[in-house]
Design a protein around this ligand. Structure first.
Ligand code: HEC
Length: 264
């Protein structure tokens, strides 16, 4: 075993394998420990620069003296020119079959077209239109406000209760009991229904934006928001304008959030 380890060819192979393992696995781990981010070494750097550099150094090492060079190439030479020993001839034949196959496989995987789906570019909050029509009336999204809030923004309690009922009747299946995108249909939908407890949804939107989204649903999204199939229904025709304002009261109240005020 020791004599095998001392052999130049074994050392050559071991160092190359070790170097590869370090570049591939140890470097990302070390960077994870030091910086908290696992930074993998790009494959082309490994194969075009680092591994060739290590190979070059190892060739210098095994050819540093006549003796070392003779030792390094003896087994390779035997493998290529041996005529007597059947085991060596068998190994050579196997290599002559396996190596071209491996090269063929590598080429195959390189040119095989990838069938991964396109990157899903979807603007979650595309710019809303400046006005929408609902029940034949035009609503200016810039200036409209929720008629069920008083001056200081507090909701009308009767309207809030009605909003809760509407939510339980219409929205809960997708957006969930706890408004956290956990409705019974949610797992089947992509994108998932909005999670209203997440500060990235209604908390950063104005009430009129939320109004637009509820009234016009996914069909009303501009092209940059369509990206992939949202199941959010358009509620115009089902819910009246007042109903939509009421359910909005409930969305904010139940999640303890406040709408963004236009201009802030
Ligand atoms: C069939 C499932 C489904 C139902 C029912 C449903 N939604 Fe949605 N909703 C979605 C999905 C999916 C999204 C996320 C994709 C999107 O924004 O269109 C969404 C998004 C939203 C958004 C946008 C949030 C944001 O951050 O832009 C609002 C507001 C909303 N829903 C309100 C409601 C209200 C109110 C009801 C009931 C009147 C309701 N939804 C019923 C599926 C549903």
């Amino acid at each position: 075993m020791i004599s095998l380890l001392k052999h130049k060819l074994t050392q050559f192979i071991l160092v190359l394998v070790l170097a590869f393992l370090i570049f591939q696995f140890a470097v990302p781990q070390i960077s994870l420990l030091l910086t908290g981010i696992a930074a993998p070494v790009p494959a082309h750097l490994v194969w075009m620069i680092y591994m060739p550099a290590v190979t070059l150094v190892m060739i210098l090492f095994v050819s540093s003296s006549e003796m070392a060079w003779a030792e390094f190439r003896a087994p390779l030479r035997t493998l290529i020119v041996e005529r007597e020993r059947r085991s060596v001839i068998g190994l050579r034949t196997a290599l002559l079959i396996v190596l071209p196959l491996l090269a063929g496989l590598a080429a195959f995987f390189q040119i095989q077209p990838s069938v991964s789906p396109p990157a899903e570019l979807r603007s979650v909050h595309p710019a809303p239109p400046s006005s929408i029509t609902l029940e034949g009336e035009s609503i200016e999204l810039q200036t409209a406000h929720n008629p069920f809030r008083n001056e200081s923004g507090a909701p009308d309690l009767a309207a809030l209760a009605e909003g809760e009922a509407i939510y339980g009747q219409r929205c809960v299946y997708c957006h969930g009991d706890a408004l956290n995108s956990d409705g019974i249909f949610a797992d089947a939908l992509r994108p998932r229904p909005a999670n209203f407890t997440d500060p990235g949804t209604i908390a950063q939107l104005t009430e009129t934006y939320v109004f637009w989204r509820i009234a016009k649903g996914a069909p009303g999204l501009p092209p940059e928001g369509k990206g992939w199939n949202s199941a959010m229904p358009a509620w115009e025709g089902t819910l009246s304008e007042a109903d939509i304002w009421k359910v909005i009261l409930y969305l904010y109240d139940a999640t303890n959030q406040f709408p963004r005020v236009a201009g802030e």
